[in-house]
Design a protein around this ligand. Sequence first.
Ligand code: GUN
Length: 308
Amino acid sequence: MLVNKYFCGMQLLDGKQASEKLKEELKHKTQVLQSKNLRPPHLAAILTGHNGASETYVASKIKNCSEIGFQSSLIRFDETISEEELLDKIEELNQQETIDGILVQLPLPKHIAEAKIINTIAAEKDVDGFHPVNIGKLVQGEPTFISATPYGIILMLQHYNIETKGKHAVIIGRSNIVGRPISILLSSNKPYGNATVTLCHSNTHNLKELSLQADILIAALGKPGFVTADMVKEDAVVIDVGITRVEDATAKKGFRIKGDVNFDEVAPKTSFITPVPGGVGLMTIAALLTNTMNAYLMRNNFTEDIFK
Ligand code: GUN
């Protein structure tokens, strides 16, 4: 593994460093609120069942809230919970004045309709940015909650001041929570937008031909090591969104986290690349916390002036 920060001109996009800076800013803002005797932002997370990855993600979200002084509530249900019970809980949280953000960790048990659950979360508390109203606003370029992974990618580009205007961004993967929203953001007429975007998916015939044209290549398909050196243009910016658990008996937990990019062979060709772990994953938490602070400000009719 190439651990040097700089290798053949390549720079690592360090999610730890970038996310810590954002978290420090949020922590400072929360301290200002406290100094004014105002309550902190409050995130409610619902976890159903015992999916190992979901348990880890939600635990990390809760831990990060406490690190920066946010209040959080973890609401756990067994995987046998009925759709109705879950909907009732969401309605209750929607009504609760002191809860600013609600997230329901996905995936849900099979008998529960994901869309119905997402549509029930009040749009102004939907810090995951999954509600159709928030997706609509995103498409229209209006201020909204941008879901954590695409927002995390934009925050990473911003932290390293990576120009996207006029660049060709090729995205592999068209999921509703990563590929599609990042395609909208990168093509929008906004800072860290204005790119020409190609959105590739499982039916794309000439994937390698397209990926070789990418100034910015985003791999978000969930196939470990899928992107190989022969698919990447010299000096490209490579963003790896993959976080697949791959069995490994030599690892302490019995698995390793693998990205969608074959890092060792791709890294030397790039100008910037995200590692996995330690890249986009950490930024997603910072993005969620930023959304929660924004939900708090909006719901209380505060502006950034409150921090002065
Ligand atoms: N499952 C995987 N990613 C996410 C996410 O960003 N939010 C929620 N709620 N569930 C997820």
